[in-house]
Design a protein around this ligand. Structure first.
Ligand code: SAH
Length: 211
């Protein structure tokens, strides 16, 4: 799996705005056992570089995309990070290997509860999960050093920009379900203004909720 992830990273690096993947991201990807996060009947495919269904019409992202998003959000030890779209919990586990604390929100209750239980049973004490609409973020825990949204939104949710620290970074897929989506890097400057850049064309399930 890592061979394919690294090959994808090298292949896309000229236009995805980076130089491969950082050693911390590679170490986390090597450590977290992806087969724990996919349905049992798909475990034979857990280490393929592909998204897989996790029920409720949702997917666990392709490993390369998990690695790329984690790399571009540039989380580091000491950071408090927010993930929108817990899904299987796999991305949250990768983040928990790197950052000091991870907050993750899932809108589909059974998925959120299952992922929360799994992360606990795997010993991730630095991950807090909750069920709710991630569009509004987690104001009680804000501000965050970095934010990752793992479902495609039509726009960058203003509450998430508000909950990002000055100097912080957000990675988010923007676009609709049936048109090209782009993975975007949103950087909040020290003066509070925001700079947005495209990373890569992607395909994600839509961000749902009441907004
Ligand atoms: N990060 C996940 C990928 C999950 S796919 C993983 O590693 O497995 C995207 C997830 O976002 C889905 O589980 C979907 O239910 C969830 N989602 C969609 N809209 C949401 C919203 N408004 N708030 C929180 N979660 C949402």
């Amino acid at each position: 799996m890592m061979e394919e992830v690294l090959a994808d990273a090298a292949y896309t690096s000229s236009y995805s705005g980076g130089s491969g993947l950082s050693p911390g991201v590679i170490a986390a990807m090597e450590k977290v056992e992806r087969h724990r996060f996919v349905p049992g009947w798909l475990s034979a495919f857990a280490y393929h570089n592909r998204p897989l269904p996790i029920g409720y019409g949702q997917t666990i992202s392709q490993p390369f995309i998990v690695a790329l998003m984690t790399d571009r959000m540039r989380a580091k030890a000491g950071d408090k990070v927010l993930e929108i779209g817990t899904g299987s919990g796999y991305q949250a586990a990768i983040l928990a290997e790197i950052a000091s604390s991870v907050y993750s929100i899932e809108i589909i209750e059974p998925l959120g509860k299952q992922a929360g239980g799994l992360l606990k049973s795997l010993g991730y004490r630095n991950v807090k999960t909750k069920v709710g609409d991630g569009y509004y973020g987690w104001p009680e825990a804000a501000p965050f050093d970095a934010i990752m949204v793992t479902a495609a939104a039509s726009h960058v949710p203003p509450p998430l920009i508000k909950q990002l620290k000055p100097g912080g970074r957000m990675v988010i897929p923007l676009g609709t379900q049936f048109m090209t989506q782009y993975l975007m890097l949103v950087e909040k400057q020290m003066d509070g203004s925001v700079i947005t850049r495209q990373i890569l064309p992607v395909r994600f399930v839509p961000l749902t909720g009441g907004h």
